[in-house]
Design a protein around this ligand. Structure first.
Ligand SMILES: NC(=O)c1ccc[n+]([C@@H]2O[C@H](COP(=O)([O-])OP(=O)(O)OC[C@H]3O[C@@H](n4cnc5c(N)ncnc54)[C@H](OP(=O)(O)O)[C@@H]3O)[C@@H](O)[C@H]2O)c1
Length: 301
């Protein structure tokens, strides 16, 4: 039985990853903050990334999936550095002699503003927000240290991950229903979306196919604007199409990094990941109805 550690295991994507790994019979350890628990019963280590004495006792791992992170909703650069960069260093110190491989989860923001052509993994990184600059420093740190230590390393860049939790439920569905959602800047920018099941499935596929020494873009490759995506979601739940809010007002509420990341237009190619993983939901048109059914089955809609 292969043994893995998941950080961020109480979060939207991490909890789904733990569930899928358990279904596949992995032996899972979850890093959870003190007082928190995973939804799927599993071995837990209570700890915080900001603790420089983080430790995992006698455990050893075939792979560490590092998902724990502050979201771009956090506006304080010092806090972002403490958790996303220093926290990653603390984690590495604790696992460097205990794991054969590390998969680091990041986002598409690493590619900055790439213009009109679909991006793939050969596009240069070009971060233009503090949030992404810090995440990239953490990635570079891990990559370099893994090379020195002979640990396998891969990075997975998720598009915007939608599912029955996280931003899609909390910030979009609930607000569409309350008629309080507004499209920053009118929403006519392209986005790479991915259903949470495909985000998790792709990540496991990278591990199982030994896709180390590589980076992967994980998003569906059907170009769609944020406005089309939001209006389609509204239609699925019988809500009205939302109006717009100017970017400067959205930034004042949600922070400039988040709004910059959201409103930067990006089309993506998922050819590389598609060689090792078949998407369950090739586009939002299949993926959103599946999420709506899940929300209904959980009486959340
Ligand atoms: N959601 C997306 O659309 C998206 C898109 C691209 C990339 N990503 C990346 O995917 C990963 C997971 O995202 P998510 O949406 O699942 O995020 P999330 O729901 O906000 O979960 C974040 C997780 O990190 C944990 N965490 C935060 N600070 C920590 C600390 N100091 N010590 C230990 N654990 C800590 C949280 O623990 P608590 O439960 O205790 O707070 C939680 O388990 C992140 O790296 C994110 O940047 C997400």
């Amino acid at each position: 039985m292969e043994s893995v550690l998941v950080t961020g295991a109480t979060g939207f994507i991490g909890s789904r990853l733990v569930h899928s790994l358990k279904e596949k019979n992995y032996s899972i350890t979850a890093l959870v903050r003190p007082g928190k628990h995973t939804k799927t019963e599993t071995d837990e280590v209570a700890g915080d990334l900001t603790d420089s004495n983080l430790e995992f006792g006698e455990r050893s791992f075939d792979c560490v999936f590092h998902l724990a992170s502050h979201t771009p909703l956090e506006k304080n650069v010092k806090v972002l550095e403490k958790v996303n960069l220093e926290g990653t260093k603390n984690l590495f110190k604790a696992i460097q002699d205990k794991t054969k491989s590390i998969i680091y989860i990041s986002g598409l923001g690493a590619y900055g503003n790439p213009g009109d052509n679909p991006i793939n993994e050969s596009n240069p990184y070009n971060p233009d927000t503090n949030f992404v600059k810090i995440r990239l420093q953490a990635q570079e740190f891990l990559e370099e240290q893994c090379k020195k230590k002979g640990i396998n390393f891969a990075v997975v860049h998720f598009g915007d991950v939608y599912g029955a939790e996280g931003w899609f439920y909390q910030m979009l569905i609930k607000r569409l229903l309350k008629k309080s959602f507004k499209l920053p800047g009118g929403g006519k920018y392209f986005k790479g979306f991915v259903n949470v099941d495909d985000a998790v499935g792709s990540t496991i596929a990278v591990y199982e196919n030994k896709g180390f020494g590589e980076s992967y873009i994980v998003a569906d490759s059907v170009p769609v604007t944020f406005k089309e995506f939001v209006n389609y979601t509204a239609d699925q739940i019988g809500a009205k199409h939302p109006g717009n809010v100017p970017n400067f007002l959205a930034k004042a509420v949600l922070g400039s990094d988040l709004i910059k990341l959201l409103t930067t237009s990006m089309k993506v190619s998922n050819q590389k990941i598609s060689k090792i993983y078949q998407f369950k939901y090739p586009s939002y048109k299949e993926g959103i109805p599946a999420v709506i059914s899940e929300l209904k089955s959980k009486n959340l809609l």
